[in-house]
Design a protein around this ligand. Structure first.
Ligand SMILES: C[S@@+](CC[C@H](N)C(=O)[O-])C[C@H]1O[C@@H](n2cnc3c(N)ncnc32)[C@H](O)[C@@H]1O
Length: 212
């Protein structure tokens, strides 16, 4: 006789279903060579949302919505805006998110975040940046009057495969490295932000906006 009883609570079934869902999205994205975040970073976004309970969240570079999933899962009464240049990816993100979280207040906007941000009429409590590395300083500069005091800004790829620490930069990487270095200079300005760096995936920064 088997002494081990298989635990099948509702919560564990939910975990298993989520695992299967996220594995499918990852497999699909990998097969199409669409970049998506590390699951660990996804879980960090989820925990930040769970603890911070942001009212308004902005994601710059939502892609097919994999990262959006972790944010929106814990959003509850808040609202979410995802921006992506790539119309096809954005449509997939919107379809995916609305099928799983039909009641959530979310909007998906196609276009260049640098042009879109100045037209956003609300201020944000949480922002996730995962788009073009050379543009990171432009995003944060445009966001300066769009953040509530205490807003949390998470940025992916801030170590850029270790290249930001190297002295010699190839021509190919030049704009990205310079862009990320400038972004880091801004978020480590102690008058504006309190920032922590995590050695996760390609490097993640987590900043708290002190107010302007
Ligand atoms: C690494 S992917 C995002 C992956 C997504 N966060 C995820 O984990 O599912 C980067 C995305 O940024 C978008 N992007 C690049 N530059 C952009 C810009 N200036 N404005 C909006 N989106 C941009 C690209 O189209 C691409 O889909």
């Amino acid at each position: 006789m088997n002494n081990y009883k298989i635990i099948q609570t509702k919560e564990l079934k939910t975990c298993l279903n989520e695992k299967n869902l996220l594995d499918d999205v990852r497999k699909d994205a990998n097969s199409k060579k669409i970049p998506i975040i590390d699951e660990v970073l996804g879980r960090i976004l989820e925990v930040i949302c769970f603890l911070k309970k942001p009212r308004n969240v902005l994601e710059i570079g939502c892609g097919v919505g994999y990262s959006s999933y972790f944010i929106i899962k814990e959003l509850k009464a808040g609202s979410y805006i995802g921006i992506d240049l790539n119309k096809r990816r954005l449509e997939l993100a919107e379809k995916f998110i609305k099928s799983i979280f039909p009641g959530t207040k979310c909007a998906f906007i196609t276009g260049n975040a640098i042009k879109i941000i100045p037209n956003l009429k609300i201020k944000f409590d949480m922002i996730f940046i995962d788009a073009a590395k050379y543009e990171y300083p432009f995003y944060i500069k445009k966001l300066m009057n769009k953040m509530n005091t205490g807003a949390i800004i998470i940025a992916d790829n801030v170590f850029y495969k270790g290249k930001i620490f190297e002295e010699n930069i190839s021509k190919h990487d030049y704009n990205s490295v310079i862009g990320i270095r400038e972004y880091i200079k801004i978020i480590t300005d102690a008058n504006l932000f309190e920032t922590n760096f995590l050695k996760i995936g390609d490097g993640v920064s987590i900043s708290i906006f002190k107010g302007s």
